[in-house]
Design a protein around this ligand. Structure first.
Ligand code: ADP
Ligand code: MG
Length: 423
C-alpha cells in the first residue's frame, strides 16, 4: 500500500536582493556568489537583477510504501527540508503534487509545529488534536510524552522560553508518541545531546517496527543505515537516486568524495556573513610539499585558503574550525582555534592561509569528509557542511610494520604494554 506518492514536484523560491533583514541578507550572499561564479544555475530565468527565481526542488517523483523507513540524504541545500515541509503541508509545491495516506506528525526545524506562546502542556494537546486525536486519547499518552521529553518542570512555561534542546526533546516526544501513521523527522536531532539522540533513534526504530512509515533526514549515514530500509538521494533539487538504503548511501558517499576537487568559491550551500570565506583546501606532507592524501602515523598539514570580501574593512579576530567525519558521517574529531587556544587577532588583507599542523596522524586509512566553519569579529562568517573530503593512506603508525586490523577501530592511540606483578 502506498503511503506517499510524489508526482513531478517543483518548488520555486524567489530570491530578493538588497534586503536588510538577516535571513534575506544571507540569501543575498548566496545569490551573489551564484552570479559571481557565472555558473548556469538551472531555473534562473528572471532578468530583473533584484529578483531571481530559484528551484529548490526540480521534477521530483517517488513512491513510499506504508511501513517503509525512508532516509533522505543529500548535501546542504539539496532540498531535503523543502521536501519534508511540502509533505507536512507547511509549504505548497509550485507545481506537481503529493498524495498522502495517513496522519502525518512532523519534527522539522525548531520553530515549526509548536505555538511559541503556548505552554508545553498546551502544545501537546494542540498537536494531538491536529493529528485528529480526542482529548481522552491524548491524556492517555500524556505522561509517557512528558517522561520521555524530561521537561516535567517546564510543562506550564511557554515553549518560546525553552532552550533549543528542551524544545526538540518535547517536540520529538510529541511526534513519536501521538500515534501518527507517518512520522517525518528533519535533522533537528542534531541539537540534542548524544544520549537523547540515541534515545530518539531507539524510539523511532520501535515505532517503525509497529508498521509506521518514517521519513528521516540526516547527515549521519550510520543512523540512516541503522534506522532505514530505503533511501532517497537529492542533489541540487533533483532526485538523484532512490531504492534500497545500501545502494543509495554508497552512491551518495561516492559522489561526495568526488567533490573534494571542487573549488569552494563555487559553493552555494554555505551560511554566514561572507566577510571571510573559505576558498580552497590543500594537503601537505611534513616537508610542506602538496600531496593528494595524508598517511596514518605521518605528520602533515591541512591548509585552508581563505579570502576577505572587503580587504579595506575593519579587521577583527578570526576563529576557524574544521570538523572531521568518517565515511558514515559520524563526527570523528574537530580542529578548532578556540579549543586549541589559538587566536588570530585582527586579521585582514585579500587572502590568507590557515595551516593546521598534525604531527602524527592517528586516523586509520579511509575517506574522511569535513565541515568548515569560521567566525570573524564574533559573527559566523562562513560555514560549509561537507565542504570536501580527503583520503588517508595506510601507514605504519607504530613502526612495527603492522596496521590496525580491519574492523578493529577507526584510529590509532599511542600506547604501550607492560607485564607487571608476576608471582
Ligand atoms: N524560504 C526560502 N526562501 C528562499 N530560498 C529558500 C527558502 N527555503 C530554502 N531555500 C533554499 O532552497 C534550497 C534548498 O533548501 P533546503 O530544502 O533547506 O535544503 P536542505 O534541507 O537539503 O539543506 C537552498 O538553496 C535554500 O537556500
Ligand atoms: Mg535542511
Amino acid at each position: 500500500m502506498l503511503a506517499i506518492k510524489s508526482e513531478h514536484l517543483n518548488k520555486k523560491y524567489i530570491l530578493k536582493h538588497r534586503d536588510k533583514e538577516p535571513y534575506h541578507a544571507l540569501r543575498d550572499v548566496i545569490a551573489r556568489s551564484i552570479r559571481k561564479a557565472g555558473k548556469s544555475l538551472v531555473g534562473i530565468k528572471d532578468s530583473n537583477p533584484s529578483r531571481e527565481e530559484f528551484y529548490a526542488l526540480k521534477d521530483v517523483s517517488f513512491e513510499i510504501n506504508e511501513g517503509d523507513r525512508f532516509g533522505i540524504i543529500g548535501r546542504n541545500g539539496a532540498g531535503k527540508s523543502t521536501l519534508l515541509k511540502i509533505i507536512s503541508r507547511i509549504t505548497q509545491p509550485t507545481s506537481g503534487k503529493v498524495s498522502i495516506k495517513g496522519r502525518v506528525a512532523s519534527l522539522l526545524e525548531v520553530g515549526t509545529g509548536f505555538h511559541p506562546e503556548l505552554s508545553g502542556r498546551e502544545n501537546i494537546f494542540l498537536n494531538g488534536s491536529v493529528l485528529g486525536m480526542t482529548r481522552a486519547e491524548i491524556k492517555n499518552k500524556f505522561d509517557e510524552i512528558v517522561s520521555f521529553s524530561g521537561v516535567e518542570r517546564f510543562l506550564d512555561t511557554p515553549v518560546k522560553r525553552y532552550s533549543s534542546g528542551m524544545y526538540v526533546r518535547l517536540a520529538f516526544a510529541v511526534a513519536a508518541h501521538l500515534e501518527p501513521e507517518i512520522l517525518v523527522v528533519d535533522e533537528v536531532l542534531a541539537v540534542g545531546d548524544a544520549e537523547f539522540q540515541k534515545k530518539c533513534l531507539g524510539k523511532m526504530k520501535d515505532v517503525a517496527s509497529g508498521g509506521l512509515t518514517v521519513l528521516f533526514v540526516s547527515h549521519n549515514m550510520a543512523a540512516v543505515q541503522n534506522l532505514c530500509n530505503k533511501a532517497l538521494y537529492l542533489k541540487e533539487g533533483k532526485l538523484e537516486m532512490t531504492g534500497e538504503k545500501d545502494a543509495v548511501i554508497s552512491e551518495y558517499l561516492r559522489s561526495t568524495v568526488d567533490s573534494s576537487r571542487a573549488d569552494l568559491r563555487d559553493r552555494k550551500d554555505r551560511k554566514g556573513n561572507g566577510i571571510v570565506r573559505f576558498r580552497s583546501v590543500t594537503l601537505r606532507d611534513e616537508k610542506e610539499n602538496v600531496v593528494n592524501s595524508l598517511q596514518s602515523g605521518s605528520g602533515g598539514f591541512i591548509c585552508l585558503g581563505i579570502e576577505f570580501r572587503n580587504p579595506g574593512e575593519q579587521a577583527g579576530p578570526l576563529h576557524v574550525s574544521m570538523g572531521i567525519d568518517d565515511d558514515l558521517g559520524q563526527r570523528i574529531t574537530h580542529f578548532n582555534t578556540e579549543t586549541s587556544g589559538t587566536v588570530f587577532p585582527a586579521v585582514n588583507g585579500e587572502s590568507a592561509e590557515v595551516w593546521i599542523h598534525i604531527p602524527r596522524l592517528p586516523l586509520k586509512h579511509g575517506n574522511y569528509t569535513f565541515t568548515l566553519y569560521c567566525t570573524h569579529a564574533g559573527e559566523i562568517s562562513d560555514w560549509i557542511m561537507n565542504a570536501g573530503s580527503f583520503h588517508v593512506e595506510p601507514g605504519d603508525y607504530f613502526g612495527t610494520g603492522k596496521l590496525l586490523p580491519e574492523g578493529q577501530g577507526k584510529f590509532y592511540v599511542e600506547h604501550s604494554f607492560q607485564l607487571k606483578n608476576i608471582s
